[in-house]
Write a protein that binds this ligand. Structure first.
Ligand SMILES: Cc1cc2nc3c(=O)[nH]c(=O)nc-3n(C[C@H](O)[C@H](O)[C@H](O)COP(=O)(O)OP(=O)(O)OC[C@H]3O[C@@H](n4cnc5c(N)ncnc54)[C@H](O)[C@@H]3O)c2cc1C
Length: 313
């Protein structure tokens, strides 16, 4: 039950142990943390490995049946199985903090400031139990990730010893491997970009020069603010060998520093034909966004000039 990243990682693990796996997801797509177009690629990958994928399907009942279990639900779900794995999301564990009178915040997580201070003097908190500050939104959010927990833990520890460090914010950068696919994202998707006028442009770029054997396509969706040209987020799906997991980090670095989408074109990224292109896949994707939305470097191209023509000047 549940086709989030842990459900999908467990699917691969169980498949590797020789088990037949059915993934049941209430929402219309697997991996709802990425756009449906990319979720569809993940479904294809699961099905290519004989995983039975049931989306738009809600488990309503699990009962004992002989030696196993009977799982029933919407859309005629009626499965006999040995094991049911319930992986339907994370919730902050705040019972102890509540007892201590600590104020809770977003999604019931412990409210902390950027020094990781709670509302109770001398009590610091970090990790999955707190709501991290989001660097692009400028507000608190709930993004339980190991990367965030590690950073916050150090900051809380240092400040508890008298230091003065601030958590600079999460971008929700994450990556996942499902069989031969890597799915990665950083920053905001359109529906998450409160306070912006977001638009997303999809690109399919080669991970390295096509004439050099072994090239793979990377599907990249770039989201930017059409009012300011500011880069807001990116989602990538590519083959395990396509270095999508490191390309998302280029996007994350740009996002951390508040770059515009068009400015990513100027980054001096590495190139050799077996590993990349003179303009990396990351830059091809941002160029496509800039072209479509008429942004050239830090200036919006005036209406009347075809964006393509302006970009080539
Ligand atoms: C299957 C899985 C895969 C994941 N993969 C990734 C990944 O690839 N990348 C990523 O960034 N994140 C990943 N995460 C998320 C990541 O593991 C968490 O964000 C991170 O572990 C949070 O760290 P934490 O210290 O806040 O909590 P935890 O790691 O959960 O540690 C909390 C510890 O506190 C202990 N504890 C709780 N209450 C008490 C108490 N009262 N007294 C004493 N001890 C107590 C718990 O037993 C636990 O050991 C994954 C999570 C899961 C479940």
């Amino acid at each position: 039950m549940g086709a989030g990243y842990i459900g999908l990682e467990m699917t691969e693990a169980l498949h590797a142990r020789g088990l037949r796996v059915t993934v049941v997801e209430r929402l219309p797509q697997v991996l709802p943390t990425v756009d449906p177009e990319l979720g569809a690629l993940v479904s294809d990958e699961l099905r290519a490995h004989n995983v039975d994928v049931r989306t738009d399907t809600t488990v309503q009942r699990i009962t004992k049946s002989g030696d196993g279990l009977l799982v029933t639900g919407s859309r005629g779900l009626d499965l006999r199985t040995d094991v049911v794995l319930v992986v339907v999301g994370a919730r902050p564990d705040t019972a102890l903090a509540e007892t201590a009178g600590v104020v809770l915040g977003v999604r019931g997580a412990i409210a902390v400031d950027r020094h990781m201070r709670t509302s109770v003097a001398n009590v610091y908190a970090a990790g999955d139990c707190v709501h991290p500050y989001h660097r692009v939104l400028g507000t608190d959010t709930y993004l339980p990730l190991g990367t965030t927990a590690h950073k916050q833990g150090r900051i809380a520890g240092e400040n508890a010893l008298g230091g003065d460090r601030e958590f600079t914010g999460s971008l929700g950068t994450q990556v996942l491997k499902v069989f031969d696919l890597v799915i990665a994202r950083t920053g905001l998707r359109e529906h998450e970009a409160d306070g912006f006028t977001p638009a997303t442009v999809a690109t399919v770029a080669d991970d390295h020069k096509r004439y050099y054997p072994g090239a793979h396509s990377i599907h990249i969706r770039v989201t930017g603010d059409t009012d300011t040209g500011r880069f807001l987020g990116a989602q990538l799906v590519g083959h395990l060998a396509s270095a999508a997991h490191k390309r998302v980090d280029t996007f994350a670095t740009a996002l951390h520093h508040g770059m515009t989408v068009a400015d990513l074109e100027d980054l001096d990224l590495s190139y050799t034909p077996p590993l990349g292109s003179p303009f990396d896949a990351v830059q091809m994707a941002t160029q496509a966004w800039a072209r479509e939305h008429g942004w050239f470097r830090s200036h919006r191209v005036d209406a009347g000039i075809p964006p393509q023509a302006a970009l080539s000047q």
